[in-house]
Write a protein that binds this ligand. Sequence first.
Ligand SMILES: C[S@@+](CC[C@H](N)C(=O)[O-])C[C@H]1O[C@@H](n2cnc3c(N)ncnc32)[C@H](O)[C@@H]1O
Length: 427
Amino acid sequence: MDENEKQYTYIVQASLEPSKCKIGKTNDLDIHLKEYNNVPKENIYQYLFTCEVANMAVVENDIKENFGYLREVKTKEIYFYNPDLLDRYVKFIKSHPLFEEEIFIKEDEKKEIVKIVRKFSPSLKERGLTTVDVINKAKKTKNDEFYTRYEDIEKEILMYDKDTWKDKCVFCNCDDAVDNDERKSSAFSLFFIKNFKELGLKKLICTHYGGGLDLVNQGAKGYIFTYIFTKKGFKALKEYPKGYTGSFDDPLSLKILNEEADIVCTNPPFSKTIEYWKIVVESGKKFLIISNIANVVTTAYIPFFRNNQVWAGYSEVDDFLNFKRQITRAAGYWYTNIPIKDRPKYKQLKIVSLKDIPEKYKKYDDNGMLIVDNCYIPNNYNLPFAVSARPILNGLLEKGYHLISDNVYHPYLGGEMKFARVLVQKI
Ligand SMILES: C[S@@+](CC[C@H](N)C(=O)[O-])C[C@H]1O[C@@H](n2cnc3c(N)ncnc32)[C@H](O)[C@@H]1O
């Protein structure tokens, strides 16, 4: 390639695929866009962002590494799109050391997020909704209102030893509704009801939160659903105690947590995760919950990982259902305090001598702090160094390294702030 040839990183979107964008590289932005718009005619491609970079291949690679979990498939540079994600992509590119100059950013990026990837859509009638209900719910919906999919719960829970569940009382305390109609039940409730005997559970308690969007049409009153197995068979009871909200911090919910629950299992609302973690983690009960993948590198949660009160479960959860029961993407992960046996993700850690870490995956920031990427970990470096969330999720803290600060670490390279990390050190 001609050394003087310009290099560009771009984000382009097709009008017929509003939930995705391509983040690519080219030497000629104009010709590239024309090529995209060649066929088919009704699918119009537009740039959302373009910029000049010093080395487009390196930038592209770093984007793949950083946003791998937001790629549609591993073989293409197609990423999930919504205005928040675009903002993150653009920030990342602009803070990259090889970024040179912004050329274009599309102004009208405030259009509503459309994150539909695949459809699973019972009719409105089947769901007992009218068009007006749907419009009202759409107006109110936010990240809190995602359902967990049954298969994601099954996949994680079945990884744990059967003894974990035997004779235990499971408490699902974030709008885990139960109804005769499965479509109006939370997948957590359904999973534990269906697998009650198989897991050897003693009791299941699920609560419905009356204050939210009411994703599953269970009404504005909080309730407590209890399920046990007696000599006479299964016994289910739904109670609506006076004044009970169904909130995880309602006095009655706290009483159940402290006096009855052995294992708490749910997907709490993203907007209240800090309060939720504080209550559940500090209750001393076992838990298996879904939260944001970035909690590991967020100051509010780092102390829990540092004090060994929380660690990653087995799997990531990328797909949820929105109020229309359509798949929507969000970066979730299972977190727990239940022992993980031979964590399969240890295999993804590359613990090697510092000299064997490829140059592109080790840098020193403006403070001289070593930053390692791509799950490379030096085994002969005794000073603190910075890692992203991934190695922690892959079990680094179980491999002879510990977190040395309760705070997130933001490296600066050439004066530019990079994405969040945490500081670890070999014990
Ligand atoms: C991410 S959704 C998950 C729903 C369900 N647990 C599942 O996994 O499908 C979080 C739910 O918590 C509800 N919620 C919001 N605030 C709550 C609170 N204070 N206590 C309990 N649930 C709450 C929301 O309305 C929403 O239905």
